[in-house]
Design a protein around this ligand. Sequence first.
Ligand code: MOS
Length: 727
Amino acid sequence: MSPVGINVPRADGPSKVRGDAQYVDDIRPADCLYGATVRSPRAHAKILEIRKDPNFNWAGITIVTAADIPAKNVVYLMTEDQPALAESVVRHVEEPVALVAAESRDRALDAVRHLEVITEDLPAIIDPRHSEGSEIKIFGADNIFKKIAIDKGGTTTGGTVIEGEYSVGHQEQLYIEPQGMIAIPREDQGLTFVGSMQCPFYIEKALAPMLGHTRMNVIQAATGGGFGGKEEYPSMVAAHAALLAIKTGKPVKMIYRRDEDLRATTKRHPSIIKIRSIVDHEGILHQWDADILMDGGAYNTLTPVVLSRALLHLTGPYRCPNQHLTGRAVATHTPPNGAFRGFGAPQAMWAVERHMDRIARTLGIDPVEIRRRNLLRDGDTTATGQTLTDTGALTVLDEALAAAQEPLQNDPIHPGGGEGRYARGRGVSLVFHGCGFTGNGEARIKGKVALELDGRCIKILTASTDIGQGVDTTFPQIAAAELGIDVERVSNAPHDTANVPDSGPTVASRTCMVVGGVVQKAAKQLRQALQIETASEETNFDMLLSLRDHQAPLRVMAEYQDDGSMEWEDETYQGDAYPTYGWSCSVVDLDVDLDTGEVLYRRHIGATDVGKAINPVIVTGQLEGGSLQGLGYATCEEVVVDDQGRMRNDRLTNYIIPTSLDAPEMVTRIIEIPYKGGPFGAKGIGEIPMDGPAPAAAQAIEQATKIVLDTLPMTPERVMNALEAVE
Ligand code: MOS
């Protein structure tokens, strides 16, 4: 029986349940030192001095500053603007200024407390609305990291003009395990890195300019979650561990404290979105003009790509003949924002869905009906002119609404639910999400996968890390299904850049759909190399292996190749923006506590088109986890910053995310509209569950209380203020 579509137990499950999975902090190389970071106290300032406390015992403490950097002072990503250590000027609070290594973590942290960064303030920009064209320069001539415009059709006259403004704040990825990395000197004067990460090859590329060589290999340790937060930031931690390892000649381990991780590392980009639409009396969209302003923070990081994805989702899953989409990502003197599950789409979708509600409200039409009348169908074109196939908008909407007919299984009892103190509501949202890299991205990257037959086992060699999303289970399922063999014979090899080909980063809802497709292709090649016509019989494979028993390992390599059907113009933003799209509908049932403003979730229903569920339990886990993260984004996750842009609520006691006790009943409906380019029809699903819950919650709050909230998060304070304003 094919292992695809079966709930094969997770390959990483037993070691994690037993507690013997090796996370970076469990790994202790001999003679390992501990590193810690000295950070900027100010948003924008000259560094006058790094002052050592003369009364502190500095014995055994190594200090590294920018002067110790072997080649270029840069951690390379898309541009060379971000230094490994600030040299003369700091551009954001908590920016790394110096490093220390000591024999214990306590000593290292103690040393940091006795190093004072003396600064002289320079004028700072904290508010992104004051950045563009300011005389205070942060990036380039105008403080703009990226500007994008997409035009479709022209303009329309007549109809009703409906305008709105929507905004979202920062959101923290809050992976379970904080950032952590070990740098180990190699005999060839190179370095081995072991750490918590999504993208091992990113670290090699990021560090080559700083080190002035490429003698590196990067090994992923067991990783306690990423959510985008371990896409690019681990390169910074690796750079610091490397500098300390070079200076001391010993392995150096850096593990961030939670509060440090919260204050210093990347977050979701805060955004302000304006939409002006023209609709007819039936609510059909005739024109859609939208503009997004994103706060990129002090350095470029991945901001241009996040802006790009936001623009490409700025019309939502709706058709409209005339569209004008514009966006700018600007620099501020705040910690750089970066990758976070959804990557620009949740910001866009929040605004789009709230605007659809505004249209419904203005015209007096049911919000679900407005969506049904405008949703994208096969043959429709997107803002970039991409003609859609395998669209699931209507199917997921109908499936979610059908599921919503069912009574709740575990209805929490809020006294007087729906009456008195508690107002009850239901909200519905509809979203889509582009799977894989944008435009020619996949064709440019050409993800590579190797398969190795050694003895009676097959190893899959990729850089696609398992960060909890289950790829160490699903890739073997794909390969085993293609080879027609038992899944237990197949496993992912450790993700060490010395041994695996570059399959591209573990991001962008691309791992299962794109890299999984290359795994399937490699399995086909292996089948041909073994001259298996139809590898359907496990016994045949056994026979074949016995013939090969004493031969050298057999290795095949496959590479991503697009089928030539995608056409994309990066200059004009025209064409096929993504290989395909996932579609999802959220229905949120909730009560609003009118005395406290607290939102109490009762149920989240998600119907999502996943193409094909390679492992339904893993898919369900991804969808439920992402939806809960979306509900947190909706009502409780708020980053509070001071006048220097420093996060003030840097603890889990005051940066609140939903726990399992806060989680409502989660109903997940898996819809399978196959994508022909994906393995067995699979589409990417990692990010889409993040997009829909927040706007569905907002609509439910509106239905329950009549209050209209267009700013995330909808905290009890914001709900109370709005309730009082209505009264
Ligand atoms: Mo992801 S937000 O594409 O690491």
